[in-house]
Structures are given as C-alpha cells and as structure tokens.
Design a binder for this molecule. Structure first.
Ligand code: PBG
Length: 333
C-alpha cells in the first residue's frame, strides 16, 4: 500500500516539476544506448543499400554494408544487432532449405560482423517465412501450418546460426515446443553459451505490414498467421507462453508489437522478473515517420518519448529501427 499523501496544499506535486534540475533528480526511468537492439535487413549482392519505401530511412544492405553498419552501431554504443534476411520470390522454396544453409545471406552476415566487429552481440531470426514460398513461419501441408515438422527445421536453422557465430537466437515463429528443442540442440552441440531471446508473446498484428515488404514476404504470404500468432484480445495467454518459454530454456523474452502492448510488458516484468524486451515493430516505426514527414509531430521528441514508454513499462531493452538515430541523440550528437 502507498503511504497516505497529505492533502493540498501540504502536498503540491508541482514542487518536484519546477526545473530541469529537479525533474532530473526525481526522474524514475532512464533510457540509454544500452537498451537498444537494432534490427537490420540483409540481402544478396555487394555494395548495395536499397531503400524500403514503407520504412523511410531503413535500407536493405548487402553483407559488406551490414558489416559497416555494425561498426557504426558499435561505435554509437549499441550493444546488439539483429539480422533479418531479405529474399526474393526466386530464392523461396516449399522445403525452405535456404533457412539452414550455412551460406545464406544471414549466416554470411553473422560471420562478416563477427570478424569486423567482435564486440557487438548478434541476434538472429528463427522462422521459415523469409525462405518459404508461401510466406508462412512454418511448413504448410494442405493449408495447415504444421508444428512438429517445422520445429525440426527451426532447430537446424538455429544451429546453423550458432555455427556462424550468433550470440542470441531469436525464435519468432510461435510454434509450440521450439524453445526446448532449440535449447537441447544447442547444449548437444557445445553451444551452451548461446542465448535464446524468445518471441514469447507475439501477436497476429497488422503492425508488421512494412516488415513483410522489407523481407519480401508481402507478395508471398497466403492467408494470415492467426493459427500460430496470438489473438490481440488476450493477455493471460501471453503469461502462459512466457512461463512456458522460460521453463523450456529461454534466457530472455519478448513482447511484440511494442507500444500497443505495453500492458503485456508490465505484466510480464512483474510476474516473471526475467529480462524482458519489446519489439517496436515496423508499423509503429512507419506511423511515427509518416506523421513526422507530414510535419504533424516532432520526429525526435516522439521517437524518444515512445522509447521511454518501454522503460516505464518495465522493459530491459527495445528492438527498434530508431536505434542509431536515438543513440546519436543520447550521445549528444
Ligand atoms: C517473422 C517476423 C515478423 C517480424 C519479425 N519476424 C513478421 C511476421 O510475423 O509476419 C515483424 C517485425 C516488424 O514488423 O518490424 N518471423
């Protein structure tokens, strides 16, 4: 229980808001560069930086350019980078074999970054959607997204990433049982220090639209992801998923999308006390960018306020496309 507050005028809550110095003194949460994981898109080719129209300021980079971007991120103090592959329709197959190819763009990017920027942590994406002819995160059999066969493929994919040098495996697929299976495989292959950041509470969200453009999945996707991603109406189910993923060996958990789901972040943090992350997803980024480009909101202030909201909700960190821009502001540049 809260101690009782004296009534006005004994208590005047404006007293502690009277100057920047006092506001700073009583500030409860802080946002730092340490809080960021920066998602980047990697594609084939060399010397390429290709803009993504629905995500102003975000590009798809060839492997050489991703390594340069990682250098910049580390120099800004960003602790981790998360690699997402872009694949054209011609690179997608029904058997999704590209997903565990040791030489796919994502794995080549991991090796290039490890060599060029050993101090930055590398996170991956584990899901079949970027290699699947039909854009789903799992194999499709007679219209059903099948679970157990998909988990076997996800394990191979995660192992290929760990072999390439990934520090943090990021299963974003929402299949049942994948965390335990990946954890067992990592232990079995002497990758006991490789971490798992589970996309534990991932909702079937319309806010992923621009991301699907970015990874080339928009044209590919048939149907929706509602049989594996969560119903936005549910909250208790998110707690069950997080509890299960932690029990299966996840080191850290994620809530996704971010801002519309801050209640889930707060519940997760209060219930489990495990390292908790939120993903400020592509649609959230695009909305802020679009409004700012129209002059309707102040870009930098809205960006920083949105990121601080995650800290207030109890998150330890945020996956955000704003990471370099926010880091520059925090570093006083
Ligand atoms: C797919 C994946 C998605 C995102 C990350 N991994 C999209 C989806 O589930 O369709 C979305 C990220 C974003 O919108 O920024 N495994």
């Amino acid at each position: 229980m809260r101690p009782t507050q004296a009534p006005y005028p004994i208590t005047r809550l404006r007293r502690t808001r009277q100057s920047p110095a006092i506001r700073g003194m009583v500030r409860q949460n802080t946002l730092t560069v340490d809080d960021f994981i920066w998602p980047v898109f990697v594609r084939s080719g060399e010397g390429i930086e290709e803009p993504i129209p629905s995500m102003p300021g975000v590009v798809r980079r060839s492997v050489d350019k991703v390594a340069l971007a990682a250098r910049e991120a580390a120099d800004l103090g960003i602790p981790a980078i998360c690699i997402f592959p872009y694949t054209g329709l011609e690179e997608r197959t029904e058997d999704c074999a590209g997903a565990w190819d040791p030489d796919n763009h994502a794995n080549r990017a991991i090796r290039a970054i490890k060599q060029a920027v050993p101090e930055i942590a590398i996170m991956t994406d584990v899901a079949l959607d970027t290699y699947n002819i039909n854009g789903h995160d799992g194999f499709v059999e007679d219209g059903e997204i099948v679970n157990d066969r998909t988990v076997d493929a996800l394990v191979k994919m995660a192992l290929s990433q760990a072999e390439a040098g990934a520090d943090i495996i990021g299963p974003s697929d929402m299949m049942d049982g994948r965390i335990g299976a990946i954890r067992a495989a990592l232990e079995g292959a002497s990758h006991q220090n490789v971490m798992i950041l589970s996309y534990a509470a991932k909702y079937a969200s319309a806010f992923y639209g621009p991301f699907r453009d970015a990874v080339g999945a928009s044209g590919a996707l048939t149907g929706d992801k509602k049989t594996y991603q969560m119903d936005p109406a549910n909250s208790d189910e998110a707690m069950r998923l997080i509890e299960r993923d932690l029990a299966e060996g996840a080191d850290m958990v994620m809530v996704k999308p971010g801002l519309p789901y801050l209640d889930i972040c707060r519940r997760a943090r209060d219930t489990f006390g495990a390292p908790t992350f939120a993903y400020q997803v592509s649609g959230e980024y695009a909305m802020i960018k679009a409004a700012a480009q129209n002059g309707w909101v102040d870009h930098d202030r809205v960006m920083m306020e949105s990121l601080m909201a995650f800290k207030r909700a109890g998150c330890d960190g945020i996956l955000t496309y704003f990471a370099p821009a926010a880091a520059r502001l925090l570093n006083g540049a």
